[in-house]
Design a protein around this ligand. Structure first.
Ligand SMILES: Nc1ncnc2c1ncn2[C@@H]1O[C@H](COP(=O)(O)OP(=O)(O)OP(=O)(O)O)[C@@H](O)[C@H]1O
Ligand SMILES: [Mg+2]
Length: 365
């Protein structure tokens, strides 16, 4: 996956700029608030996903305009392609001149991973962020997973409503069974997919983290279930989840919520056996989040055969020189966009292109 040309118009503070990145490492440097992260965000949107900053589309359009446009030429799946995106009332994607019916239609055509300071929440915040990471990563590889997830969430919501209603209408008690069956059916598939994904991901994250720490520290990731639902296959997982839901009824009727199932699970992240969230230093937490993101890219490559473009926003700060060098070496065969304030941070970079960004305009240096 290689971006050959990018043109951005009325996107946040970028009124009109363009660049021709190289196949390898592209450094975008400049002072604070010049538009470096905005530029990465504009590339990211071609994945069809929402902004990685969690922004709404109307916040993305330049304050003085009513629409934003992004054009990109790229190489993917052994051919030259072009894509454009217009954001005004909603999004309109074109791929090779053909209008896409929805954002989801462009998913999988342009593959990219992003690491930005917001992704530190993967390590620092609560389980919701890590479940979201797993769910988005798996959905990108297997779109059916997204459907299973939304059916699962609906079934949990229905059971929760019923748990509250039973207090007033005891005759509804038996209908809990219907929703528990659906929760177990979709939930067992979610657990199975997450276990499989983490298994694969951990092969890469272990290796990347030991490289980052110069073989001095070990990262360990694992699926952490709120209630252990054992089973070697989907059928066993289904039966175990169903019987545990039944067993948790008494407690769940008191709280009015479903206390077990994949919506309560987590991804455990440990460095040398200690929780990265509770005990990790800033550099260790950043390294762990980065290992997850670079690992995600490696899994995408193993599935699709394409190396995704990497967008690394402000990745070098807080990392010592060994870790910085590892990143530059590890990603040397990918197309990467790295933003930083001070280009001295990447002085070890021999090949690649440098761009300076000022007031929303990119200039080759
Ligand atoms: N819709 C918008 N219209 C115009 N300007 C916007 C819009 N949204 C955000 N901005 C501005 O874009 C500017 C640059 O943002 P960006 O986050 O890309 O900076 P940066 O170069 O990455 O800075 P830093 O080094 O601090 O991370 C901000 O000052 C912000 O006010
Ligand atoms: Mg920034």
């Amino acid at each position: 996956m290689v971006v050959n040309q990018l043109e951005v118009k009325n996107f946040r503070n970028i009124e009109n700029t363009s660049l021709e990145p190289c196949k390898g490492i592209n450094i975008i440097y400049g002072e604070n608030a010049q538009g470096k992260t905005n530029l990465l965000e504009s590339i990211w949107l071609f994945t069809g996903c929402r902004s990685f900053r969690g922004s709404k589309d109307n916040e993305i359009i330049n304050f003085n305009s009513t629409k934003a446009n992004i054009y990109m030429d790229f190489n993917a799946f052994d051919r030259e392609q072009s894509a454009s995106l217009e954001i005004s009332e909603g999004r309109r994607f074109f791929l090779n001149g053909v209008k896409m019916k929805s954002s989801s239609q462009i998913m999988g055509e342009f593959l990219c991973v992003v690491f930005s300071p917001v992704h530190l929440s993967l390590v620092k915040e609560g389980p919701y962020e890590r479940r979201r990471f797993l769910d988005i990563a798996i959905s990108q590889l297997k779109p059916k997973y997204g459907v299973t997830l939304s059916q699962y969430n609906k079934a949990v919501a229905q059971r929760n409503i019923l748990l509250k209603d039973v207090a007033y209408h005891s005759e509804l008690y038996d209908t809990l069974d219907i929703w528990e069956d659906r929760i177990a059916f979709f939930g067992s598939e979610i657990i199975r997919q997450r276990l499989g994904y983490i298994n694969k991901l951990s092969l890469y994250t272990d290796e990347i983290y030991s490289g980052l720490s110069n073989e001095r520290e070990r990262l360990n990731i694992a699926y952490k279930q709120q209630a252990i639902i054992g089973g070697d296959n989907k059928q066993e997982l289904y039966e175990n989840l169903k019987s545990q839901l039944y067993a948790s009824r008494k407690n769940d009727l008191i709280t009015g919520s479903t206390s077990i199932g994949p919506h309560r699970d987590d991804l455990s992240i440990k460095i040398d056996g200690l929780s990265a969230r509770s005990f990790g230093s800033q550099g260790q937490q950043r390294s762990a989040a980065l290992a997850l993101k670079l690992g995600e890219a490696a899994v995408i490559k193993s599935f699709s055969g394409e190396q995704p473009v990497a967008l690394l926003d402000d990745v070098m700060s807080e990392l010592d020189i060994n870790r910085q060098n590892y990143i530059l070496n590890h990603i040397k065969d990918w197309q990467v966009f790295i933003t930083c304030c001070d280009p001295a941070n990447v002085k070890h970079l021999k090949d690649g292109k440098r761009f300076m960004m000022k007031n929303g305009v990119v200039k080759k240096k």
